[in-house]
Design a binder for this molecule. Structure first.
Ligand code: NCD
Length: 344
């Protein structure tokens, strides 16, 4: 297992992740991909530790892959579903988190429809000096760090299958298409891809991509050679984003987060921004397509494109999710072991 220095405790946002941290996650995840391809896919790393998956919002892949990742690391896992919990009796989110703390939870993986909930729980754990580290598994429209990190692994694996490194991303053009406004996946990916030197081109109708959106990501990057600017471009048409793109990431229209009528119709959206095999002809001939799922087939991407193993990395993204989440739990477990002085 790689042993690059890792000092971060909670993982809430990628906004201040350094290139060294991305490389650590990537290399650690690659080692776990090796473990997952063995006959015995389990390692004893987190034996005796408790990982609680507190998912206050629906999820298929993120929740299952965090659970599988924790189990592959030999942790004990606790799973929480709001519908069958004491939340329905009026218990607060913080009291729910403290209940899991009292049961001996070491790592909390939290998804919530409200932006900021994982950060608030992390602050509360710190205030209590609980020695519990929190991982954000998607909060409102804010961030989804583990999704962007699994996208990073998938992209680097695709560019350089023999020896992937974040350097492979330098100068690559990545188009992110769709409901950028409501997407925590887009926000986390903007931090990670630009920090690794990729050019990110966003394309969506203006109602889903405000002009000032990219300004939030114009913070300078610390590089070995000094400061650099993050490369983010905004387009309200699909064509300039797709031109010569190396990777194209489609995003789901998040109808559950749309408060007004932001689109004329789904058919019109597909006509203007839907990804089709034909439209990809404008991209780099080796282009690959990503989608974090769940997908509205026939809206943001056609079914035949999504299911084409030559063009689509969607199943690879899901597979990468387990290795990346093992890496994150492993790295966080390591800092817990070195910073918590006495057992609770
Ligand atoms: C995303 C999410 O929940 O933010 N899905 C995921 O985690 N794989 C994207 C979405 O819901 O559209």
């Amino acid at each position: 297992m790689t042993n690059l220095a890792w000092t971060r405790r909670h993982i809430i946002s990628l906004a201040d992740f350094s290139p060294t941290e991305y490389e650590s996650v990537l290399q650690t995840a690659l080692s776990f991909q090796g473990v997952l391809s063995r006959r015995t896919k389990k390692v004893p790393t987190l034996q005796g530790q408790v990982v609680a998956n507190l998912f206050f919002e629906p999820s298929t892949r993120t929740r299952s892959s965090f659970e599988l990742a924790a189990k592959r690391l030999s942790a004990d896992t606790l799973n929480f579903s709001p519908g069958s919990s004491s939340l329905t009796k009026g218990e607060t989110i913080l009291d729910t988190a403290k209940t899991y703390l009292a049961m001996g939870t070491d790592l909390m993986v939290i998804r919530h429809q409200g932006s900021g909930v994982p950060a608030t729980i992390a602050q509360e754990m710190d205030r209590l000096d609980a020695g519990v580290w929190v991982l954000n598994a998607g909060d409102g429209q804010h961030e989804h760090p583990s999704q962007a990190l699994l996208d990073l692994l998938t992209i680097c694996n695709s560019i350089n299958p023999d020896q992937p490194t974040i350097e492979d991303l330098r100068g690559k053009k990545i188009a992110i298409i769709g409901d950028i406004l409501h997407s925590r996946v887009a926000r986390s990916n903007l931090w990670s891809l630009t920090a690794c030197g990729a050019e990110v081109h966003l394309a969506a109708p203006p109602t889903l991509l405000p002009k000032a959106f990219a300004d939030a990501f114009s913070t300078p990057l610390e590089t070995e050679k000094g400061k650099a600017l993050r490369q983010v471009f905004v387009h309200w048409q699909l064509a300039p984003a797709l031109e010569d793109a190396d990777f194209v990431m489609a995003l789901r229209l998040q109808k559950e987060r749309m408060t007004g009528h932001l689109l004329p119709s789904l058919r019109e959206y597909h006509r203007q921004f839907g990804l089709t095999r034909d439209r990809l002809k404008a991209c780099n001939p080796k282009v690959k397509v990503l989608h974090p799922g769940p997908t509205n087939r026939g809206v943001e991407i056609t079914s035949d494109l999504m299911d084409d193993p030559q063009l689509s990395l969607v199943s690879k993204q899901v597979a990468s999710g387990v290795a990346v989440r093992m890496a994150l739990l492993y790295l966080m477990g390591g800092t817990r072991a070195s910073t918590t002085l006495s057992p609770r």
